[in-house]
Design a protein around this ligand. Structure first.
Ligand code: GRF
Length: 196
């Protein structure tokens, strides 16, 4: 399958996907990386791997680029913009997002990047984690594909916790994409089942 990845920052999730496709563990190829930030290092990672790297802020432009590349799966990997209902409709159940908490906790408007982990620590939560989900009209509200937990340590701060959660993000994002590309995910209403 043809994969398109949207990034806004460093792109470590993108790098994990690229590495996994090169290792032959994903039955797909990253065909294009699009960012709404011109200097996003994720675009540089694409260039380093001879993948089309496109700076685009207009959503219609992004949709056109994805269609021109015959994209079958859109991955939001550290992409910090809301997806409009029109965009969701164009790729319904073919667009997934990685979020650095256990949805429905610490997600939605205002919860992104380090703010998520600071929220977890300030609240006094003992367990956090990461979630991969299909994108629907809401913010971080689509059907959940996969989650994995990370224990919060007493001496954690936002950055030490972010570091451990990021490793789990990479792990479950790669696995989720691999399952999607093997057509092993089925959606029943809000629930996603893996047909291993
Ligand atoms: C990280 O905060 C990650 O939790 C979230 O987006 C941010 C950047 O990820 N998914 P990446 O390194 O750009 O993939």
């Amino acid at each position: 399958l043809n994969i398109g990845v949207l990034v806004s920052g460093g792109g470590t999730n993108l790098q994990a996907i690229i590495d996994e496709t090169l290792a032959g563990n994903i039955n797909g190829k990253v065909k294009v990386v699009i960012s709404n930030k011109e200097n996003a290092y994720g675009l540089e990672r694409a260039r380093q791997n001879n993948i089309d790297a496109i700076f685009e802020t207009d959503e219609d432009g992004i949709i056109d680029v994805l269609k021109e590349h015959n994209i079958d799966l859109v991955v939001l990997a550290g992409y910090l913009k809301i997806i409009s209902p029109k965009f969701v409709n164009e790729f319904r159940n073919k667009m997934i997002n990685i979020h650095p908490s256990l949805i429905p906790s610490f997600c939605g408007k205002g919860y992104y990047g380090q703010k998520v982990h600071q929220g977890v620590i300030d609240y006094g939560a003992k367990v956090t984690g990461a979630t991969v989900h299909f994108v629907d009209e809401g913010a971080d509200t689509g059907p959940i594909i996969m989650q994995e937990t990370v224990v919060v340590k007493d001496n954690d701060d936002a950055s030490s916790l972010a570091k451990r959660v990021l490793e789990i993000e990479h792990k479950i994002l790669k696995k989720s994409i691999s399952l999607f590309c093997e057509n092993k995910l089925s959606i029943h209403g809000r629930r996603v089942f893996i047909n291993e």
